[in-house]
Design a protein around this ligand. Structure first.
Ligand code: 3PY
Ligand code: MG
Length: 253
């Protein structure tokens, strides 16, 4: 089976740089996949991407050097199964609250006896290879999102869930649920100590730690702190930033 780039980078202690897609467009996915990211995630929780749009985007990413990932819209067995069958190599699940949530998520991603995933990896075979069934449980990477005070309290129990590969911090929801507002102030309390606790808990359990970064400065800080996977904002933030910079420079001229 084709190896999972995230596992290779984690084993080599190298941080993964990940792109994040909100535009429901196979062309945008193909384009983003060729920008140099280690992996690109298709976001089905927020934005206009629904399940039918995910398949051609996963196909476009498969033809690029970036590993195809998804954020599912919720902890939904059927949707997670469809996304994996469509060739997603890593799944991020939003709003995990405790170990039971995390276990349910992992079970949806793993074939028996580890989990309860149903068999039918239509595109999984095409992207992964003919030995997909034998290797999928050890290859697909699973992430539980930490974005509430409940999940912070349950960090050690979540990290201890068998078959869960990592935790992924959603700093905007976490900021809101801790009583502040986005954009996330990652250098201040209450977010700074929460980010530190997440990294520490993941390390203690031998799991990966990822974080959604809302600015290049945040990504640089999180890289320095030791996070294993940095999501670099998303496609719309990148496009708006580049457009605004062009306009500002051109209008000065
Ligand atoms: C958050 O910051 O809450 C996220 O879910 C990032 O996508
Ligand atoms: Mg969130």
């Amino acid at each position: 089976m084709r190896p999972n780039r995230l596992r290779e980078l984690f084993a080599a202690r190298q941080p993964a740089m990940v792109g994040w897609m909100s535009f429901a467009s196979p062309y945008a996915a193909e384009f983003y996949g060729h920008c140099g990211f280690d992996a690109v995630a298709i976001d089905l929780q927020h934005g206009p991407i629904f399940l039918d749009a995910a398949l051609p985007m996963l196909q476009a990413l498969s033809a690029s050097p970036a590993m195809p990932m998804v954020r599912c819209s919720g902890n939904n067995f059927s949707e997670i199964g469809k996304l994996l069958d469509a060739g997603a190599y890593s799944v991020i699940c939003p709003l995990i609250q405790d170990a039971d949530d995390a276990r349910r998520f992992v079970e949806a991603c793993r074939y028996p006896p580890m989990g309860t995933r149903s068999y039918g990896p239509t595109r999984g075979f095409l992207y992964g290879g003919p030995d997909y069934f034998d290797r999928a449980n050890d290859t697909v990477v699973t992430w539980a999102m930490i974005e509430t005070p409940e999940s912070l309290r349950e960090l050690d129990a979540i990290c201890a869930v068998d078959g869960l590969d990592g935790i992924f911090v959603g700093p905007s929801d976490l900021s809101i649920s801790l009583g502040t507002k986005p954009p996330p102030k990652w250098r201040e309390a209450p977010l700074a100590p929460a980010l530190e606790s997440c990294l520490k808990a993941a390390r203690k359990a031998g799991k990966m730690a990822g974080v959604f970064c809302t600015s290049p400065d945040m990504a640089a800080d999180m890289r320095k702190a030791g996070y294993d996977m940095l999501v670099l904002a998303n496609d719309s933030v990148m496009l708006r930033g580049a457009a605004q910079q062009w306009l500002e420079t051109a209008r000065k001229g």
